[in-house]
Write a new protein. Structure first.
Length: 555
């Protein structure tokens, strides 16, 4: 609910700080006192259009701050969470507007766009009357309002699930068609590339092996000369093996005098012999490598063929085997397209059929809920002096291209205010109090399912009096059990029903005219309601009538 409203330099208000109350609050005052200014200011805070003319004359900037206290899990808090704005139950909306017409918006001191402020405001306040369309006046909200009244949430979830499954299958089918279509368009090229790769038959790491072999073949003579020199150093008359043998013979002479030292030297020489034998083994491997029959030209030709193929496919040589498998898969897709297409088309058809079945059930539920909601609202209209009006809820099946996760229905609230007139959109039936009373009846019927905490009715009693005004007051009081209600009224019967009454007044001096707001105590309230009954001169009869109205409300 709205807990605080602070206004500075807006039209005739210089500075105003109001602590708001729960239940029904009535706003009264003489014509021209500026009751609508309060609503204009609140409208700014929830994202309504700003104009330079709203800034108090002689000042550079006006501002409005509205503070809301919300229960855990409220839709507005979820909206802010998605926007990464911290809000722990309390939401503060602030709007500033300069004398040049430029405005800025803030949510919990975070700068935001006016669009975002308006989106959040739609979760918090509905204003009915002389303002632009919002809330249930907006046809976009009619389906969700009817669904909340109908109470078939499980069927709604089932419909959304089947719609999602159907569209996921459609996307898979579309993807397959696109891929197969692209592959078919270059089928000849793909088959040529696959044949080329199969003939080339590239192996993983082949390029590295061929590079090593190419290096060896290019240095074959140099390697042979090196082998011959090393072999002589190992096995010649003065080679390493003979020198180690001579050293071992000399060490034997130490056995009789220094056996421990001789043993260590002999072990070291043995280790040396083993290492030399390993080196000789590697030398023999190099000499006996099975590449005598390899042709350098053939190796280079193979390397060139691999590089040329990799360049053609814009990949590394090592990736050619994967490229070969990838092209084979594309060709298999072409060859198996019809079978895969049939499988997916059957899946899409089955998912569509499932969606239609649950959507038809949802349509039936909506149609029945529409009858019940319409009948209940029609019962409210006569007492509100709308007995000539006819209310209808049209639930129509839309063409397939307009189906959604919400089903296949278009829901529209329509009304005719005169006998014989064709029903039309609810936001175009009338203006002022007639429209406000209609929305009051609709809001009353939907009260238990409404998630908007604050409702404002402007001139809801316009053009009515007596029993009708009393009926309006009673319904506003009833609605205030579910929502915080603010109502601008000229009716004593409506004003008397409020749990709290604010009087808007205008004072002037030689320089300025200022609109102020007073929270009325019991005595002041009695005087105000008596003034509303009698006019400028309050009579004892008017006071008695005002007292009776207040007493009737308390009864």
């Amino acid at each position: 609910m709205l807990t605080d409203l602070n206004i500075k330099n807006i039209v005739l208000i210089d500075a105003l700080a109001l602590q708001m109350a729960d239940g029904l609050t009535t706003l009264t005052g003489e014509t021209g006192a500026g009751k609508s200014i309060l609503l204009d200011a609140l409208g700014l805070a929830i994202g309504k259009r700003a104009e330079a003319g709203l800034v108090r004359r002689g000042t550079d900037m006006g501002s409005v701050t509205a503070v809301f206290d919300l229960p855990d899990g409220h839709a507005a808090l979820k909206f802010l969470e998605r926007a990464d704005i911290v809000a722990e139950g309390e939401v503060i909306l602030r709007r500033t507007i300069g004398s040049d017409g430029r405005s800025k918006a803030y949510i919990n001191d975070t700068p935001v766009s006016i669009t975002m402020l308006k989106q959040l405001g739609a979760y918090l306040v509905e204003i009915h009357g002389q303002f632009d369309t919002a809330g249930l006046l907006n046809e976009k909200n009619h389906r969700s309002a009817l669904d909340a009244f109908g109470g078939y949430q499980d069927l709604q979830k089932e419909t959304a699930t089947h719609y999602k499954t159907w569209h996921e299958e459609k996307e898979t089918l579309s993807g397959l068609r696109d891929k197969a279509g692209a592959a078919a368009a270059r089928e000849d090229y793909l088959r040529y590339c696959l044949a080329e790769l199969e003939k080339l038959n590239p192996e993983k790491d082949e390029a590295e092996r061929l590079g090593t072999l190419r290096s060896r073949l290019m240095n074959r003579e140099k390697l042979a000369d090196t082998h011959q020199q090393l072999e002589h150093l190992f096995e010649g008359d003065d080679g390493i093996y003979n020198l180690i043998g001579q050293a071992e013979a000399q060490v034997e002479k130490l056995d009789s005098t220094l056996p421990e030292t001789g043993g260590k030297i002999r072990q070291a020489l043995e280790r040396a012999r083993l290492e030399i034998e390993d080196a000789a083994g590697y030398l023999n491997q190099m000499a006996n490598a099975d590449d005598e029959d390899m042709d350098l030209d053939a190796v280079e030709e193979r390397l060139f063929a691999l590089k040329d193929c990799a360049r053609k496919h814009n990949c590394d040589i090592s990736e050619l085997p994967e490229k070969k498998a990838e092209i084979a898969d594309e060709i298999n897709l072409i060859d198996d397209f019809e079978a895969q297409l049939n499988r997916l088309e059957n899946a899409v058809h089955a998912a569509r059929k499932d969606f239609i079945q649950v959507a038809k059930n949802l349509h039936s539920q909506r149609t029945e809920a529409a009858k019940q909601l319409g009948a209940r609202l029609m019962q409210e209209l006569p007492a509100l002096k709308l007995d000539r009006a006819r209310f209808e809820i049209n639930v129509t099946e839309q063409p397939e291209e307009r189906w959604s996760r919400h089903g296949m229905d278009h829901v529209a609230f329509q009304v005719a205010t005169n006998p014989g007139a064709a029903p039309g959109p609810i936001n175009k039936i009338a203006s002022g109090g007639e429209l406000s009373r209609f929305m009051l009846a609709l809001k009353l019927v939907l009260a238990e399912t409404s998630h908007i905490p604050t409702l404002i009715f402007d001139e809801v009693d316009s053009g009515v009096g007596g029993a009708t005004a009393d009926a309006v007051g009673r319904r506003l009081e009833q609605l205030s059990q579910y929502n915080q209600i603010l109502v601008v009224t000229h009716s004593a019967q409506v004003a008397a029903r409020g749990a709290r009454q604010l009087r808007i007044s205008k004072t002037s001096d030689d320089k300025n005219t200022v609109t102020g707001v007073t929270i009325l105590d019991d005595d002041a309230r009695l005087d105000e309601i008596a003034r509303m009954i009698a006019g400028a001169e309050v009579t004892s009869e008017a006071r008695a009538a005002a007292k009776k109205l207040i007493a009737d409300k308390a009864a």
